[in-house]
Design a protein around this ligand. Structure first.
Ligand code: GRF
Length: 189
Protein backbone atom coordinates (compact mmCIF):
# COMPACT_ATOMS: atom_id res chain seq x y z
CA UNK A 1 0.00 0.00 0.00
CA UNK A 2 1.32 3.46 -0.87
CA UNK A 3 2.16 5.93 1.87
CA UNK A 4 -0.54 8.40 2.85
CA UNK A 5 -0.02 11.88 4.24
CA UNK A 6 -2.00 12.19 7.47
CA UNK A 7 -4.33 15.19 7.35
CA UNK A 8 -6.07 16.99 10.20
CA UNK A 9 -8.84 19.25 8.90
CA UNK A 10 -10.08 22.22 10.94
CA UNK A 11 -13.58 23.42 10.12
CA UNK A 12 -16.34 25.68 11.42
CA UNK A 13 -19.14 25.34 8.89
CA UNK A 14 -20.64 23.39 6.03
CA UNK A 15 -17.46 21.57 5.08
CA UNK A 16 -17.76 21.36 1.31
CA UNK A 17 -13.97 21.70 1.05
CA UNK A 18 -13.59 18.96 3.65
CA UNK A 19 -15.87 16.82 1.48
CA UNK A 20 -13.75 17.48 -1.61
CA UNK A 21 -10.65 16.43 0.33
CA UNK A 22 -12.31 13.28 1.71
CA UNK A 23 -13.52 12.34 -1.78
CA UNK A 24 -10.05 12.80 -3.28
CA UNK A 25 -8.57 10.62 -0.51
CA UNK A 26 -11.19 7.90 -0.91
CA UNK A 27 -10.82 7.83 -4.69
CA UNK A 28 -7.05 7.60 -4.26
CA UNK A 29 -6.56 10.69 -6.39
CA UNK A 30 -4.27 12.01 -3.66
CA UNK A 31 -1.81 10.20 -1.40
CA UNK A 32 -3.49 11.39 1.77
CA UNK A 33 -5.89 10.32 4.46
CA UNK A 34 -8.02 12.47 6.77
CA UNK A 35 -7.30 11.20 10.30
CA UNK A 36 -9.11 13.91 12.29
CA UNK A 37 -11.73 16.60 11.72
CA UNK A 38 -11.95 19.27 14.40
CA UNK A 39 -14.62 21.95 14.64
CA UNK A 40 -15.00 24.93 16.95
CA UNK A 41 -18.73 25.00 16.07
CA UNK A 42 -20.86 22.29 17.62
CA UNK A 43 -23.48 22.21 14.87
CA UNK A 44 -21.08 22.41 11.93
CA UNK A 45 -22.36 20.17 9.14
CA UNK A 46 -18.71 19.31 8.47
CA UNK A 47 -18.81 17.11 11.60
CA UNK A 48 -21.67 15.09 10.07
CA UNK A 49 -19.65 14.64 6.90
CA UNK A 50 -16.73 13.28 8.95
CA UNK A 51 -18.98 10.86 10.87
CA UNK A 52 -20.52 9.59 7.65
CA UNK A 53 -17.05 8.66 6.45
CA UNK A 54 -16.08 7.18 9.84
CA UNK A 55 -13.39 9.80 10.38
CA UNK A 56 -12.70 10.69 14.03
CA UNK A 57 -14.37 14.06 14.64
CA UNK A 58 -14.15 16.46 17.54
CA UNK A 59 -15.97 19.57 18.70
CA UNK A 60 -13.96 21.96 20.87
CA UNK A 61 -15.54 25.18 22.03
CA UNK A 62 -13.79 28.52 21.64
CA UNK A 63 -11.85 29.73 24.63
CA UNK A 64 -8.48 29.38 26.25
CA UNK A 65 -8.39 25.57 25.86
CA UNK A 66 -9.23 25.55 22.15
CA UNK A 67 -5.71 25.58 20.76
CA UNK A 68 -4.05 23.28 23.34
CA UNK A 69 -6.81 20.72 22.83
CA UNK A 70 -6.54 20.92 19.04
CA UNK A 71 -2.76 20.49 19.29
CA UNK A 72 -3.22 17.40 21.51
CA UNK A 73 -5.52 15.75 19.00
CA UNK A 74 -3.33 16.60 16.01
CA UNK A 75 -0.23 15.23 17.77
CA UNK A 76 -2.02 12.14 19.02
CA UNK A 77 -3.26 11.38 15.52
CA UNK A 78 0.25 12.03 14.16
CA UNK A 79 -1.08 14.61 11.71
CA UNK A 80 1.50 15.65 9.11
CA UNK A 81 -0.49 18.42 7.42
CA UNK A 82 -3.12 20.66 8.99
CA UNK A 83 -5.75 21.89 6.52
CA UNK A 84 -7.91 24.85 7.46
CA UNK A 85 -11.16 24.52 5.54
CA UNK A 86 -13.52 27.29 6.54
CA UNK A 87 -12.07 27.44 10.06
CA UNK A 88 -13.28 30.82 11.29
CA UNK A 89 -10.64 31.58 13.87
CA UNK A 90 -7.17 33.09 13.60
CA UNK A 91 -4.53 30.77 15.02
CA UNK A 92 -1.99 32.13 17.48
CA UNK A 93 1.74 32.35 16.67
CA UNK A 94 2.48 29.57 19.17
CA UNK A 95 0.02 27.23 17.43
CA UNK A 96 1.61 27.99 14.07
CA UNK A 97 5.09 27.33 15.47
CA UNK A 98 3.96 23.85 16.54
CA UNK A 99 3.46 22.92 12.87
CA UNK A 100 6.10 24.75 10.84
CA UNK A 101 5.24 24.84 7.09
CA UNK A 102 2.57 22.24 7.84
CA UNK A 103 -0.60 24.36 7.88
CA UNK A 104 -2.58 25.18 4.73
CA UNK A 105 -5.58 27.44 4.26
CA UNK A 106 -7.98 28.00 1.37
CA UNK A 107 -9.16 31.50 0.60
CA UNK A 108 -11.91 32.53 -1.85
CA UNK A 109 -9.94 35.23 -3.72
CA UNK A 110 -6.68 35.68 -5.57
CA UNK A 111 -4.39 36.61 -2.69
CA UNK A 112 -2.77 38.98 -1.93
CA UNK A 113 -5.96 40.71 -3.12
CA UNK A 114 -8.94 40.67 -0.77
CA UNK A 115 -7.65 38.95 2.37
CA UNK A 116 -9.87 38.55 5.42
CA UNK A 117 -13.63 38.16 5.60
CA UNK A 118 -16.12 38.53 2.74
CA UNK A 119 -13.49 38.16 0.02
CA UNK A 120 -16.03 37.56 -2.75
CA UNK A 121 -17.96 40.72 -1.76
CA UNK A 122 -14.72 42.70 -1.67
CA UNK A 123 -13.89 41.47 -5.19
CA UNK A 124 -17.33 42.37 -6.56
CA UNK A 125 -17.21 45.81 -4.97
CA UNK A 126 -13.76 46.47 -6.42
CA UNK A 127 -15.11 45.59 -9.87
CA UNK A 128 -12.28 43.16 -10.69
CA UNK A 129 -12.67 41.18 -13.89
CA UNK A 130 -11.00 38.09 -12.46
CA UNK A 131 -11.14 36.42 -9.11
CA UNK A 132 -10.58 32.87 -7.91
CA UNK A 133 -9.20 30.85 -5.05
CA UNK A 134 -5.85 30.47 -3.32
CA UNK A 135 -4.28 27.74 -1.22
CA UNK A 136 -1.51 29.15 0.94
CA UNK A 137 0.68 28.23 3.86
CA UNK A 138 -0.48 29.81 7.09
CA UNK A 139 1.79 32.30 8.78
CA UNK A 140 1.10 34.68 11.63
CA UNK A 141 -0.81 37.20 9.51
CA UNK A 142 -4.33 37.00 8.14
CA UNK A 143 -4.18 35.26 4.72
CA UNK A 144 -0.59 36.46 4.20
CA UNK A 145 1.44 33.23 4.04
CA UNK A 146 3.31 31.92 0.97
CA UNK A 147 1.02 30.94 -1.89
CA UNK A 148 1.05 27.27 -2.92
CA UNK A 149 -1.61 27.22 -5.64
CA UNK A 150 -4.10 29.59 -7.26
CA UNK A 151 -6.72 29.35 -9.95
CA UNK A 152 -8.54 32.27 -11.48
CA UNK A 153 -11.99 32.56 -13.04
CA UNK A 154 -13.60 35.47 -14.87
CA UNK A 155 -16.04 37.67 -12.97
CA UNK A 156 -19.07 38.15 -15.21
CA UNK A 157 -20.96 41.45 -15.45
CA UNK A 158 -24.06 39.50 -14.39
CA UNK A 159 -22.45 37.97 -11.28
CA UNK A 160 -23.91 38.61 -7.87
CA UNK A 161 -22.49 37.49 -4.55
CA UNK A 162 -24.21 34.11 -4.72
CA UNK A 163 -23.19 33.22 -8.28
CA UNK A 164 -19.59 34.36 -7.86
CA UNK A 165 -19.24 32.58 -4.50
CA UNK A 166 -20.59 29.34 -5.97
CA UNK A 167 -18.22 29.44 -8.95
CA UNK A 168 -15.27 30.20 -6.69
CA UNK A 169 -16.28 27.36 -4.36
CA UNK A 170 -16.12 24.91 -7.29
CA UNK A 171 -12.57 26.09 -7.95
CA UNK A 172 -11.72 25.64 -4.25
CA UNK A 173 -12.87 22.03 -4.44
CA UNK A 174 -10.48 21.43 -7.35
CA UNK A 175 -7.40 23.18 -6.07
CA UNK A 176 -7.38 22.14 -2.41
CA UNK A 177 -6.86 18.42 -3.13
CA UNK A 178 -4.31 19.30 -5.84
CA UNK A 179 -2.38 21.48 -3.40
CA UNK A 180 -2.40 18.70 -0.79
CA UNK A 181 -1.05 16.28 -3.37
CA UNK A 182 1.82 18.69 -4.10
CA UNK A 183 2.85 18.39 -0.46
CA UNK A 184 2.27 14.63 -0.39
CA UNK A 185 4.46 14.02 -3.45
CA UNK A 186 7.18 16.24 -2.09
CA UNK A 187 7.22 14.41 1.24
CA UNK A 188 7.21 10.89 -0.22
CA UNK A 189 9.76 11.35 -2.99
C1 GRF B 1 -14.74 28.68 1.74
O1 GRF B 1 -15.19 29.67 0.86
C2 GRF B 1 -13.31 28.92 2.12
O2 GRF B 1 -12.57 29.50 1.10
C3 GRF B 1 -13.45 29.89 3.25
O3 GRF B 1 -14.57 29.42 3.97
C4 GRF B 1 -15.45 28.73 3.08
C5 GRF B 1 -15.69 27.37 3.66
O4 GRF B 1 -16.64 26.64 2.96
N1 GRF B 1 -12.22 29.96 4.01
P1 GRF B 1 -16.88 25.11 3.27
O5 GRF B 1 -17.20 25.00 4.78
O6 GRF B 1 -15.67 24.34 2.89
O7 GRF B 1 -18.09 24.73 2.45
Amino acid sequence: MSKKLKLGVLVSGSGTNLQAIINACEHNSIDAQVVAVISNTEKAFALERAKKHKIPSFFISNGEHLEPLIINILKEKKVELVCLAGFMKLLSPSFIQEFPKQILNIHPALLPSFPGLHAQKQALEAGVKESGATVHFVDEGCDTGPILLQKSIPVHATDDLESLSQRILKVEHQIYPTAIQKIASASFK
